[in-house]
Design a protein around this ligand. Structure first.
Ligand SMILES: C[S@@+](CC[C@H](N)C(=O)[O-])C[C@H]1O[C@@H](n2cnc3c(N)ncnc32)[C@H](O)[C@@H]1O
Length: 275
């Protein structure tokens, strides 16, 4: 089963402690720990908090809405949504070490009552039917072999009229990614679908597509800056370095090459469950 290999790829001990140490090194020992301050260290996806902001803009949240984060990682985006919108956010993630880190960081930011973390699979979400007004999933679908089941579960968790915002790396025409990448050590846990099949799977699950954008150019631009700094070796540590450790620079360079060489297409999408 690929889920055990996914957990092995991501999991390690002491993640929250490393995140808090990086935060303190950057902000001083007495700085208040806030979701905004933690953002460089706990949003584990390309372009960091800027990408989270784009998903938030797509979702156009209303006060009091219930939000689901599918594949919530160490909880950075969930805390950011909770703090920014006063929302109650539920995060579901497969990797036990990530869920444990998320709980420590929720407590450190005073958000324990606002962000609920559930350890579980996106393919069998541990939430009732129709429980959420909005959902999002950032850079998770690349680890999912059974994409239709992923979308069916998101559909089930949303109320009629609910919205789902996605960021995903799709397969490019030029071949498979260069491994290891931040989301997978080998091809055994990387499942990139083409943009066409992502659309078809979403529609098959019952969603209406409100927006479907290729954001590869913006991603390339951000990656060019990352590459220059990685090659100079003066990169400040960010979430991927803290979470993935020694292999993080190699993973980031492979991810950059994957997109540069047409092996990955970055997609942002907004879909709706019909009323
Ligand atoms: C690249 S990280 C992104 C984390 C988070 N979305 C963020 O942007 O900070 C991918 C996440 O997907 C989670 N994941 C992968 N497969 C999953 C599954 N089947 N069910 C739930 N979570 C999964 C991993 O545990 C990991 O936390």
């Amino acid at each position: 089963m690929e889920t055990a290999a996914v957990e092995r790829h991501y999991g390690s001990a002491g993640i929250a402690e490393r995140v808090l140490a990086a935060f303190r090194a950057a902000n001083g020992p007495d700085a208040p720990v806030t979701p905004e301050g933690l953002a460089p260290f706990d949003h584990f996806h390309g372009r960091g908090v800027a990408a989270t902001q784009e998903l938030a803009a797509q979702l156009a949240l209303q006060p009091g809405e219930r939000i689901l984060d599918i594949g919530s990682g160490i909880g950075g985006p969930a805390r950011w949504f909770a703090a920014k919108f006063g929302a109650r956010v539920t995060g579901v993630d497969l990797t036990p070490e990530f869920c444990a880190a998320a709980e420590v960081l929720n407590a450190a930011t005073g958000l324990t009552g606002h962000v609920t973390i559930l350890q579980g699979s996106a393919l069998a979400l541990p939430v009732p039917d129709g429980a959420f007004d909005a959902a999002y999933s950032q850079n998770v679908i690349m680890n999912i072999a059974d994409k239709r089941q992923f979308y069916r579960e998101a559909f089930r968790a949303l109320r009629p009229g609910g919205r789902l915002a996605l960021s995903n790396l799709c397969a490019g025409p030029a071949g498979e990614p260069y491994f290891p990448v931040p989301w997978a050590t080998t091809r055994d846990t990387s499942f990139l679908a083409t943009p066409e099949s992502m659309r078809a799977d979403l529609i098959a699950a019952g969603f209406e597509i409100a927006d479907f954008r290729d954001i590869t150019p913006a991603t390339r631009e951000a990656q060019r800056r990352t590459r220059a700094r990685l090659e100079k070796g003066d990169m400040p540590k960010i979430a991927v370095d803290i979470i993935m450790g020694q292999r993080a620079p190699e993973m980031q360079l492979n991810s950059i090459r994957t997109i540069e060489d047409g092996r990955g297409i970055a997609i942002e999408a907004l879909v709706k469950k019909p009323l």
